[in-house]
Design a protein around this ligand. Structure first.
Ligand SMILES: NC(=O)c1ccc[n+]([C@@H]2O[C@H](COP(=O)([O-])OP(=O)(O)OC[C@H]3O[C@@H](n4cnc5c(N)ncnc54)[C@H](OP(=O)(O)O)[C@@H]3O)[C@@H](O)[C@H]2O)c1
Length: 320
């Protein structure tokens, strides 16, 4: 089998293609042939040494796969060779032609689904779905979504629109068309000093009900845009600002009953079967359209360069 290894924490150049003997599944395990390995921002963090779940290198990156069962270990019920499956692989290992997965953590799939779409709805799709559910987004709410053209953001925009929300996307200017086509009511550019004014004009005195924030800048200009009972949910920390919450924001937070909270998909594992069922239904009925860009496994370093260089939109997958 072939697999990508992060030889040591660092830039994309540390992603190295290696070869080893394809393993045999032990008790309770499945050997899965990977058809699509999803690329997530978490992979960039893990490769760089900033992902708490991966404290040491070398390791094999890739936290989600869609594939086909190649062989079944002893004591496994419910799976056979040829079954289509998916998995979120918390320990990595997804960037590979094959991966061993505990049967208990393997998600059975109906045949015929595009593996790229499956990968998209795993980490990014589930997180977008759960964020909107946790925030109790409803028709008429104004929702600001950061990185709205990205893997998670592009799904969040569509799901929020399907709930009847007014959606405002934050994105690089070159991605405005993408975000508009996803259904956003307004797209604004982080680098345009006027963006908070544009958002304020769009939402009026109602303000924002929800800010889905994968940037994690506590001094964000999004804060004063939140209305009464507004929710600011931080689920990513890409900002290098390191600034504290300004004191005036703290005062407004108390005055306006605003909630600032974090979110991690790990807290929602019990909801995955229901949420995945809904996401596949949305894909089938056209509510959710997934843009997929596929690259060969060997191009992992190039893909990471594009991904962290903010050059990608939608879902990016590696195909072994
Ligand atoms: N808490 C959880 O459970 C959970 C689960 C999944 C993902 N996440 C988080 O959700 C966020 C989105 O993840 P994703 O996998 O869908 O990635 P993604 O949003 O597709 O990441 C790439 C895009 O992010 C935008 N971006 C904004 N600031 C950036 C920066 N400083 N560096 C690089 N890109 C930046 C860029 O779009 P623009 O050019 O338009 O800005 C870029 O194209 C990440 O922060 C990730 O850590 C959290």
């Amino acid at each position: 089998m072939k697999y990508i290894q992060v030889t040591k924490f660092g830039g994309p150049e540390v992603l190295t293609l290696l070869e080893t003997q394809t393993p045999t599944p032990g008790d309770g395990m499945l050997l899965v042939e990977v058809k699509a390995a999803g690329v997530n921002y978490a992979d960039i963090m893990a490769r760089s040494g900033f992902y708490p779940q991966i404290p040491v290198a070398p390791f094999s990156p890739g936290f989600e796969i869609a594939g086909v069962v190649k062989s079944v270990g002893n004591g496994v019920d419910g799976f056979k060779e040829g079954d289509s499956v998916a998995a979120i692989t918390m320990g990595g290992g997804g960037y590979a032609t094959h991966i061993l997965i505990p049967a208990a953590a393997t998600i059975p799939l109906p045949p015929g689904l595009d593996p790229g779409v499956v990968a998209a709805v795993l980490v990014q799709g589930l997180t977008a779905y759960m964020l909107l559910e946790e925030a109790k987004v409803k028709a008429g709410d104004a929702v600001l979504i950061s990185a709205a053209a990205g893997g998670l953001g592009s799904i969040a925009v569509q799901l929020a629109k399907a709930k009847g929300a007014k959606v405002i996307g934050l994105a690089s200017k070159s991605k405005f068309n993408t975000v508009k086509q996803l259904g956003a009511d307004l797209v604004v550019d982080y680098d345009d000093a006027q963006w908070p004014t544009s958002v304020r004009e769009a939402v009026g005195s109602q303000g924002l009900q929800v800010y889905l924030d994968s940037i994690g800048d506590l001094s964000t200009e999004a804060f004063p845009l939140l209305g009464k009972l507004g929710q600011w949910i931080v689920f990513g920390a890409r900002s290098a600002s390191g600034k504290a919450l300004p004191h005036e924001s703290l005062a407004a937070m108390i005055e306006e009953n605003i909630t600032l909270r974090g979110y991690n998909l790990g807290a929602s594992l019990q909801h995955i079967p229901r949420a995945l069922g809904d996401l596949f239904k949305f894909v089938a009925d056209g509510t959710l359209k997934i843009e997929i860009t596929k690259y060969p496994l060997e191009d992992a370093a190039k893909v990471h360069t594009l991904f962290e260089g903010r050059k990608t939109t939608g879902k990016v997958v590696l195909v072994p």
